[in-house]
Design a protein around this ligand. Structure first.
Ligand code: SF4
Ligand code: SF4
Length: 377
């Protein structure tokens, strides 16, 4: 089977195009009822203090004061209520936890207990895996950026390569495993040279260089390239999840910031912003060209969002700014291209329950038909 590489526009990507947004005036924590709120309006709240308790917990990522509710969208354009916290710019903790000096003796059960205490939506999948798998064969870390114009993983690999190898090695020991795998795409020689130097120093980590195809992170496709070690008991995590786990084990710290790649296709510029989560998308974009539009994470299958009313939740990894394009949809010419490129070879395409909504079928369609959009309608 032949898979497709996304061409996109060739852009100069340098991790030095970097800035920070760590002192927002306000943050907006999503409130999904029913959930118990530990604070009232005007109450003081500390950094990393529990604000919402429920199936998943939400913690404040700044210290400040509660200022009621406001309606905003998430990046899927779903309108929700958010609790407003006004920053006091003191970054004060109620109980600042110290570094875990005994982190090397952490066991699987300790990690499970820490994740249960954290109870975050973003680590729930890992907790569930650890609790339901007594035997784990290995850890597979997805180190590549899969979606078009996404570069956050590249940033982590260029900037934090030592931390990444330390984190994989630590997690490998915590889970008492012999071997773990870091997966990289083979399309960036600078990155590969950077990584090769580390490989020998970590005998329990093997780096696997994979072809640049889309969507490689889809389990069914990834398995074709990792057959010898991708097992039913493999813990598969991405780089960000790895770093969250590392901070929980080593620093007793919850993630309240993250790196976002911002690709501006109008000015042909890629930058990286280290930002607090739960801020408005508009506040981290330095320059938003007139008549531009904005996508989140994957321009192939995401909606256009309003940057002024959309909150940057922890699952936002990339912001893509593009010209407003007026694609003219033409009638289907029955060329069969959509079926040919579907990575899962689905007969019913987007109507199939197995469709992963990668939207590669529409990307390749010569008539500009958005098969996913038509399906949603
Ligand atoms: S790729 Fe587009 S034009 Fe070709 S068959 Fe599919 S929908 Fe029709
Ligand atoms: S049918 Fe679904 S899985 Fe196949 S290319 Fe289209 S969106 Fe992707």
């Amino acid at each position: 089977m032949k898979y497709v590489s996304l061409k996109g526009e060739k852009l100069d990507v340098s991790i030095n195009n970097y800035y920070e947004y760590l002192s927002p005036n306000y943050v907006f924590i999503p409130y999904h009822a029913p959930r118990s709120v530990s604070k009232k309006n005007l109450d003081k709240i500390y950094k990393e203090e529990l604000l919402l308790e429920g199936t998943y917990n939400y913690y404040s990522n700044i210290s400040g004061y509660i200022r009621g509710f406001k309606d905003f969208n998430n990046y899927l354009n779903v309108n929700e209520k958010y609790i407003v916290i006004e920053n006091d710019y003191k970054e004060k903790y109620l109980n600042k936890k110290n570094i875990n000096k005994d982190y090397l003796n952490t066991k699987k059960i300790d990690l499970i207990n820490k994740l249960k205490e954290y109870k975050s939506f973003y680590t729930a999948k890992i907790l569930d895996f650890l609790e339901t798998h007594e035997i784990i064969d290995n850890i597979i870390v997805i180190g590549f950026d899969d979606d078009l114009y996404n570069y956050a993983n590249r940033y982590y690999l260029e900037k934090d390569i030592t931390k990444i190898f330390d984190a994989i090695s630590l997690l490998t020991n915590v889970l008492d495993l012999n071997q773990s795998y870091l997966l990289i795409k083979d399309n960036n020689s600078k990155l590969i040279n950077n990584i090769v130097d580390f490989e020998g120093s970590y005998p329990n980590i093997k780096v696997n260089y994979l072809p640049d195809i889309y969507p490689l992170s889809c389990k069914a496709i990834l398995k074709n390239y990792t057959k010898t070690y991708y097992k039913i008991n493999s813990l598969v995590i991405n780089l960000e999840e790895l770093l969250i786990i590392y901070d929980i084990i080593y620093r007793n710290k919850y993630h309240t910031e993250k790196v976002i790649s911002i690709t501006d296709l109008v000015n042909k510029k890629v930058s990286f912003c280290y930002t607090k989560t739960y801020v408005l998308i508009a506040s981290i974009i330095k320059d938003f060209p007139d008549n531009a539009i904005c996508y989140i994470n994957n321009p192939l299958n995401s909606n256009v969002i309003d940057i002024n009313t959309t909150v940057l939740t922890p699952d936002v990894n990339a912001i893509i700014i593009d010209k407003k394009l007026n694609y003219i949809e033409n009638p289907c010419i029955n060329c069969g291209k959509c079926e040919e490129v579907c990575p899962l070879k689905l007969k019913d395409l987007t109507s199939s329950p197995e469709c992963i909504k990668c939207n590669l079928c529409s990307y390749m369609c010569p008539s500009n038909i958005n098969l996913l959009e038509n399906k949603n309608e």
